[in-house]
Design a protein around this ligand. Sequence first.
Ligand code: GTP
Ligand code: MG
Length: 203
Amino acid sequence: INITKAEYIASAVEPRQFPEEKLRQIAFIGRSNVGKSSLINSLTRFHNLARVSREPGKTQTINFFKLTAKYYEDESIKDFYLVDLPGYGYAKTGQANRKKWASFIEKYFLFPQDLYCVCQLIDIRHDPMPSDINMFNWLLKHEIPVFVIATKADKLGKNSISKNISCIKKALKVPELTILPYSSVKNEGRSYLLDFIGHALVE
Ligand code: GTP
Ligand code: MG
């Protein structure tokens, strides 16, 4: 597919603010600063679509972006949402805030909607943190399909990439998992992810 249109639709802090139009959704979750907003910009090639920041905790609301995909084969068109979720594991937020975050995210995941899968982003340079592992297990427990993406792959050489991917699989305890290395700087992993989404929209 090719992304021909991408626009910001809504920011929500509770379900009544979710967009009215029902479209298939693909959500992005991960620790603060892991590169969720950057990945959305890289994927769409709309560079100011999602706000990026060097400071963790930039995205504080659930942000919906409506995208139009055009299929190469028959030029058919499909609209869908990419959903940028606020990051977890932000050290400076207190316990109260973390609780608020959890109930807020939970409401999103448990709200009836056409959520195809959650892309969980993990920094390729480090072992998954307990918060990553908890999130992953929570999604499995709720039978929400999860696709793991290892971000900032441009920061490592080839050998370290495959070594670190194995470490992530081991930490998540799913050895047969497919993990996609991604770089928003070099757009590596982009065409794989677009193919994945292309299939997701017609399934
Ligand atoms: P929150 O909204 O705070 O949860 O963060 P986020 O996950 O949306 O991260 P964001 O996309 O804002 O990126 C955080 C920082 O990482 C920024 O300084 C980005 O430029 C940088 N970054 C993101 N992706 C990549 C990447 O693929 N490679 C490199 N080298 N840097 C990246
Ligand atoms: Mg963000």
